[in-house]
Design a protein around this ligand. Sequence first.
Ligand code: HEM
Ligand code: HEM
Length: 130
Amino acid sequence: MTPIRLHLMLGLAWLVAGMLLGEHMGRTGDHGQMPTHAHIMLVGGVLPVLWALVYRTFALGQGIFAWLQTGLHHIGAMIMIVGLYLLYGPMAGDEALGPGLGVSSMLVIAATVLMLVLAARARTSAPAPD
Ligand code: HEM
Ligand code: HEM
């Protein structure tokens, strides 16, 4: 397992889950979970697939910082998605979920900053030869 593969597999899995939630919203006419759907698709799915492509295209390293970036993103995304699902359920309120959602945002932001650092440290900004 590499950070690239973990990003790709978890990202694609979130895309399937988010589409199922979208299909549920469309079928029932209840769009209350729209913010959850939007963040499953984009934070859970699109960003990790994008990160996998960026790692590969620009030949970014697969060392400890790549694992840290991957871990921070997916732990943050998981907390954010579960929190949003409960919030818009609505199964719990702002008081209970706010701190967790705040932490999840910080994790996703930290993962994105780390991505910026990894990209800046990359030896080349050109695509990998193969
Ligand atoms: C099976 C596929 C999908 C279904 C059935 C579906 C269904 C829905 C539904 C019912 C809404 C609510 C629309 C509204 O109330 O105005 C919605 C919103 C949204 N969907 Fe999907 N969706 C699907 C795929 C996607 C994909 C592939 C993405 C992005 C990668 C996406 C991103 C969004 C976003 C960002 C919103 C919020 C739009 C806004 O803020 O107005 N969806 N979707
Ligand atoms: C630190 C990470 C993030 C935080 C804290 C955050 C927070 C929020 C908040 C508070 C809203 C408004 C929800 C509402 O009106 O009920 C929102 C909406 C939205 N966000 Fe994010 N977001 C984050 C990351 C992202 C990313 C990375 C994307 C896209 C790649 C994104 C796409 C959207 C979209 C499309 C909407 C509109 C969805 C809707 O209308 O329900 N967000 N976000």
